[in-house]
Design a protein around this ligand. Structure first.
Ligand code: NIG
Ligand code: FE
Length: 415
């Protein structure tokens, strides 16, 4: 049946079919006392309630009453690693004791330890754990999530992770999943010191299977000192691009290596992390319209300085925000925490944060024409907040204020 959301105190539309750059990020295009019409899972009208009620016969519509509430687009969490086996809880405590993330990684902990558990896990276990994590995301208002492989490193496990995501994609109607192939996430033990050969293995053995089975839309690499160099990253990403995958890069996270510049050079859709991005790198991202996807939960969890969101926005970048949910550097998918950190530690304005989690998140998975805003023709992925204005998002610190989640026109959560 056709539906209409009425009586909202405000509808934050984030209107647009493209990412928002620089100053544009502050314009979230609110409509006071707005209404939204939904048909067949898509948004067909949005505007002032008074006008819309003149155009339609309300008796033909199922009413969703948002009295006293804010209506906004669903959140897009555009960088996560939500499919993995095992946990690394003890490592977190080692870090509290003073060990660094990279020290733990050099000792054979870190990503490699999750690789071991992910290889040991059955696909059913990966699906079951992933499914639980998706439940938690949906309750927080995430309507689209990106997920990566990268805890396999070898052919069988990389494919197993991506297949688990595909099973979840087919199974869940309440969240859309975008898959990324991250084969070069760490150096496989037997390839230590032979990183070039490992990249070659990913290109010649794993990538073709990912393509053949249509298991991923994006490719990604951990471009970092002591992991993969700029040259190795360029080689892998160029190969992935020539096979039709879109590109993302874990760039300039711990050391300033020039990952942002590489993302711009290769026409990546997003460059992610960017804690250490250079001024030149930031300029390049703005110029080449690469989304700067920032992950404050990771900086917080690793006790690193946050990415310079203010500088990026002031220089004209499109900034997105994501959780980076993973078993090591950031074991949280808390959107309320991301909002709090962006507001209180990254000098981002409330409106910029909303843009970063909606239309720019959508652009970070190349879906800005389909989701990320409340506009005619887009999927009806909509949140109703338990408060009358969007200012409550950062103000009610660390709290989930999402009351109702609507996915493709269907109510999927009533908190
Ligand atoms: O995005 N930086 C590399 N990859 C992940 C961390 C993965 C892990 O620690 O397991 C990240 O932070
Ligand atoms: Fe990551």
């Amino acid at each position: 049946m056709k539906k209409i959301i009425i009586n909202a105190s405000e509808v934050i539309t984030c209107s647009g079919y493209e990412a928002k750059y620089g100053k544009e990020m502050t314009d979230i295009k609110p409509i006071l006392r707005g209404a939204v019409v939904i048909e067949d899972g898509l948004i067909t009208k949005v505007g002032s309630q008074e006008n819309i009620l003149k155009e339609i016969n309300i008796d033909d519509y199922e009413i969703i009453d948002a009295a006293g509430n804010t209506v906004m687009p669903g959140f897009v969490d555009s960088h996560t690693h939500f499919v993995f086996g095992g946990y690394r809880a003890e490592e977190f405590s080692w870090r509290l004791r003073g060990d660094s993330y990279m020290d733990i990684m050099k000792r054979g902990g870190g990503i490699v330890s999750s690789v071991k558990s992910t290889r040991e896990a059955s696909i059913e276990e990966l699906v079951a754990n992933g499914n639980k994590r998706l439940d938690s995301m949906v309750k927080l208002g995430v309507t689209t999530v990106e997920g990566k492989s990268g805890y396999g490193l070898d052919l069988d496990t990389e494919i197993k992770q991506l297949e688990a995501m595909k099973i979840l994609k087919d199974k869940r109607q309440d969240i859309d999943i975008v898959s990324t192939f991250l084969g070069p996430h760490a150096v496989e033990k037997v390839y230590k010191g032979r990183e070039d050969e490992f990249i070659e293995y990913q290109i010649s053995e794993v990538l073709p299977k990912v393509i053949e089975q249509k298991l991923a839309e994006f490719a990604d690499i951990f471009c970092e000192e002591n992991v993969f160099s700029i040259e190795q990253s360029r080689k892998f990403l160029q190969a992935a691009k020539s096979c039709g995958l879109k590109l993302k890069i874990h760039a300039d996270e711990i050391v300033q290596l020039g990952g942002a510049e590489l993302a711009a050079e290769l026409g990546a859709i997003s460059a992610d992390h960017l804690l250490q991005a250079s001024d030149k790198g930031i300029e390049a991202l703005a110029q080449k319209k690469v989304i700067a996807n920032l992950l404050p939960g990771t900086a917080f969890s690793l006790k690193e300085d946050f990415a310079n969101a203010r500088k990026m926005i002031d220089r004209g970048c499109a900034v997105a925000l994501s959780s980076d949910l993973n078993p090591g550097s950031c074991f949280t998918n808390s959107i309320p925490l991301i909002i709090a950190l962006a507001a209180l530690h990254m000098d981002m304005r409330t409106e910029e944060i909303i843009t970063a989690l909606t239309i720019n998140g959508a652009a970070s998975v190349d879906k800005q024409k389909l989701i990320g805003s409340i506009d005619p023709g887009k999927k009806a992925d909509i949140l109703i907040l338990d408060f009358p204005s969007y200012h409550f998002l950062p103000y009610h610190i660390g709290m989930n204020i999402v009351k109702t989640v609507i996915k493709a026109g269907k109510i999927v959560v009533e908190n």
